[in-house]
Design a protein around this ligand. Structure first.
Ligand code: SAH
Length: 390
């Protein structure tokens, strides 16, 4: 079954991007069913690549290979998973990593997180969901895992006509596990935690706070299970307070502090960070050496981008006001549509309103197990900034 592209299309596809939009297709030959593997040809007739098809999607084809002799079968997925693991190992990841980062790894809409011997998988489009069994077989072959869990309880699947679901893809196992990161231990709830259970995308950035938190009074907001805050305690902070709106996350965070013997210095409370930071900003005596912010994505749609900008500006303004002169703000954004340039601009606006000057210490993206592919904007989603607030 063949897909023929229009003669005039954006250079994106030729440059390696795997998505083919409906308005780029001239002709669909052979009535492929949803989820079928199709061959794609350029307008001039040259073979372009092979991928999976869903006529009902706004992106009817996502390419899996550009090699003409590469068939899409079980062996293909074993090969891809091996390549993914080789890359992570080369970068120094041993235990935990995002093993498959979708488009960036040539497996569009597939996410696999590796937590030592346990794996969590998401298949977010129909065409890749069909190969879930092949992916599980590949994981079994390459890793011999203790457990594989499906976290397909993600609304975006409904756009592809797929149900939201979660459950074991291996023999049943205890989905409350403990992982090691940077010499610390964390409880991870694979079944009920947020997203895949744990945010591996900040694992390299958590080390970046090492020098600025020593001896410091630290405030963290949007802490989830307390990873940054527990790192701060471990790196020698004098006191650490973490806030999250989710009671469940706060419970887990306190458990994680205790797991690392840091419960005396690192404490968590349930609170709405927007309200509390605003209130504390009015109290002259309440100041911190380091304030850390890691809010959830504020929007997924371009229509709400203004709302996201306002949200980031507000929370960063409030955070900055709580930093002692010469202290540090550690701030992140995982909103895809707020790119790095815009994020810095927003922080700059917040500083102006707070009447504080900033000195940049670190500006990073997500950790290297979530590779950024140039030309694929969506693969660069996390912004991680440390500034000194003068
Ligand atoms: N820093 C964490 C990830 C944070 S995810 C880590 O590295 O693991 C974002 C968190 O913000 C979630 O736990 C969510 O419960 C919390 N959150 C969302 N809105 C909030 C609000 N208004 N106040 C406080 N926490 C909030």
């Amino acid at each position: 079954m063949n897909i023929h592209l229009r003669k005039r299309i954006a250079p994106r596809i030729e440059e390696g991007h795997p998505w083919i939009f409906a308005n780029e297709i001239e002709k669909v030959e052979g009535a492929p069913e949803a989820g079928a593997i199709v061959d794609v040809f350029y307008g001039g007739g040259k073979w372009c690549g092979r991928g999976y098809y869903n006529g009902a999607s706004q992106i009817p084809v996502r390419l899996l290979t550009r090699k003409k002799d590469e068939a899409i079968n079980e062996a293909f997925f074993v090969q891809r998973i091996k390549q993914c693991w080789a890359y992570r190992q080369q970068l120094g990841y041993v235990e935990n990593c995002r093993l498959v980062f979708g488009e960036a790894d040539g497996l569009p809409q597939c996410i696999i997180d590796k937590f030592n011997d346990y794996f969590v998988i998401q298949t977010l489009a129909l065409g890749i969901d069909r190969w879930k069994g092949a992916m599980v077989a590949a994981l079994n072959e390459v890793f011999n895992p203790k457990g594989i869990f499906e976290r397909n309880d993600v609304p975006v699947r409904e756009l592809e006509g797929l149900p939201q679901q979660k459950g074991c893809l291996s023999a049943p196992f205890d989905t409350n596990i403990i992982i090691n990161e940077n010499g610390l231990k964390f409880h991870v709830d694979l079944e009920n935690g947020q997203k895949t259970g744990y945010f591996l995308d900040q694992q390299d950035n958590r080390r970046a706070i090492q020098n600025i938190v020593r001896g410091a009074d630290v405030l963290g907001a949007f802490t989830y299970t307390g990873t940054f805050e527990i790192h701060a305690g471990h790196y020698g902070a004098k006191s650490v307070l973490g806030l999250d709106i989710s009671e469940n996350a706060v419970q887990q965070a306190n458990k994680n502090a205790a797991l690392n013997g840091l419960e005396k210095t690192v404490k968590f409370e349930t609170a709405n960070a927007f309200d509390v930071l605003k209130q504390w900003g009015k109290e002259e005596s309440r100041k911190y050496d380091v304030v850390m912010l890691d809010p959830p994505a504020f929007t997924k749609s371009r229509a709400n981008i203004e709302k996201a900008i306002t949200g980031y500006k507000e929370i960063n303004l409030r955070g900055m006001k709580l930093v002692k002169r010469g202290g540090f703000l550690v701030t992140s954004s995982c909103t895809n549509l707020v790119n790095a340039e815009l994020f810095l601009k927003i922080i700059g606006m917040a500083a102006k309103d707070a009447r504080r000057q900033l000195r940049q210490v670190t500006f990073n993206a997500q950790s290297a197990d979530h590779p950024i592919v140039w030309g694929m904007e969506n693969t660069h989603y996390l912004k991680f900034l440390i500034v000194q607030v003068l």
